[in-house]
Design a protein around this ligand. Structure first.
Ligand code: SF4
Ligand code: FES
Length: 147
């Protein structure tokens, strides 16, 4: 996990969870730029814009929290992309089946191996449905090469 922060927002990046649909790159290219290092620039947009963008990340690879003293209204930072969101979601888990793509899981989820060992706990996951991922059970975007 990597962190990018300023005085108003902390952005967390879990690369192994990214399904690479590019939502963040499309919605906020000045902040999320795949060809720049570091690829996240939290100073390139208002923290509220970054929050709205991360709330759209389908895999939970991007998340946010507010540092002490942040100027952001905590209510607007309580969306599905919040690092604390697993505590706020309803008990019903939604699984969205994407045609020729991953299963998008939304809702408090504990993912375990066949022997019960926890792999991941969170509220957004993109699971591979095509068998091509190099990072099972997570979608890594490899399904695109199959089309
Ligand atoms: S899954 Fe999230 S982090 Fe990965 S490209 Fe899409 S929006 Fe960005
Ligand atoms: S569904 Fe995305 S890699 Fe398999």
């Amino acid at each position: 996990m990597k962190e990018y922060k300023n005085e108003d927002i902390i952005v967390y990046w879990y690369p192994e969870q990214c399904a690479h649909p590019g939502t963040c790159l499309r919605l906020l290219p000045e902040v999320f730029c795949a060809t720049r290092r570091p690829w996240v620039d939290v100073n390139a947009a208002a923290p509220e814009e970054i929050i709205r963008c991360i709330d759209q990340c389908p895999s939970g690879a991007l998340r946010y929290s507010l540092p002490e003293g942040s100027s952001v209204n905590p209510e607007m930072a309580a969306g599905v992309g919040s690092i604390d969101n697993i505590n706020n979601v309803s008990s019903a888990v939604k699984v969205k089946v994407i045609k020729n793509g991953p299963y998008l899981v939304e809702g408090a989820t504990l993912l375990v191996c066949s022997d019960g060992t926890p792999i991941y706990e969170g509220s957004r996951i993109a699971l591979c449905s095509c068998g091509c991922t190099q990072n099972p059970p997570f979608c890594d975007g490899s399904h695109r090469a199959k089309r």
